[in-house]
Design a protein around this ligand. Sequence first.
Ligand SMILES: [Zn+2]
Length: 305
Amino acid sequence: MTTATKNQQTNRQTSQQAKPVESKQQQSKKSNKKTSHSDLRLDDDNYYSKDTDWFWQSPTWFKKFLNCEAEALAELKGDYIPDFDQTALLAGNYLHSYFESKEAHEEFLENHPEILAKTGKNKGKLKSNYLIADKAIECLETDPAFNELYQGDKEVIVTGELFGVKWKGKIDCLNLERGYFIDLKTTAKLDKKYWNNKEHTWESFVAAYNYQLQMWVYQQLIKQTFGVVCQPYIVAVSKEKVPDKAIVSIPDYRMEEAKREIEMRQNHIELVKTGQIRPNFCGKCDYCKEHKLLSSIIPMDQLII
Ligand SMILES: [Zn+2]
């Protein structure tokens, strides 16, 4: 799951297959008791905490740093809280918890009463903004192929090391026996085109949100945790009045791109995180705009670059 909102799931690694092999990282933890971080262990309660975000890199935070180092660092330090509409995030978590388990869904509803109407004819039921999530759920759960595919352990925490840096991940659905994992994504429209200003090309929502990076990381962490190379799939469902759905694969060249991006950019991001170099400002995000001072004059054509 790609959200920063703590979902407070309980550990549901029930099957025999999802018992991690002891990684080098875990072995070294036993022999290194000097720092408090060496005792840090990931579980469902601390997975989304800032403590573990500092210690383990994750696709969500890595992408935040790729987008804007200054904003990401300020947010990680707790100095800045991005102001964005929580509706999409909560609707996504609502759907995830539904497909995780009955208990997880009930727990989500208990922890997020704000998604239920307090007054009016819908009192006690989902607010209209969230009804679309129910449609998306229905769209998937009535599909035999989805029910056949979405089998395995849910919300499985995995860890590992990528090019010398510790990473963490949480897998929506992991099927080690059949050798695949699935990430559920809700998106506006499956074929919506996003303009990539750097590459000067249109791209899909998967590329626009760099989900291939998340998929490559998860594949590596699953391999390091369980010793199995799994095929990544995204099950995408749209947030349209009549939802659309698809099972999406990630071609090898996209996985390679993701690997290279991490290899090329990670060292710099680590230096920013540890305060050894100053973060770059993207100049476009809310954080940058809030901290912007006029210092130069730009030609009109540069406004849209
Ligand atoms: Zn910025």
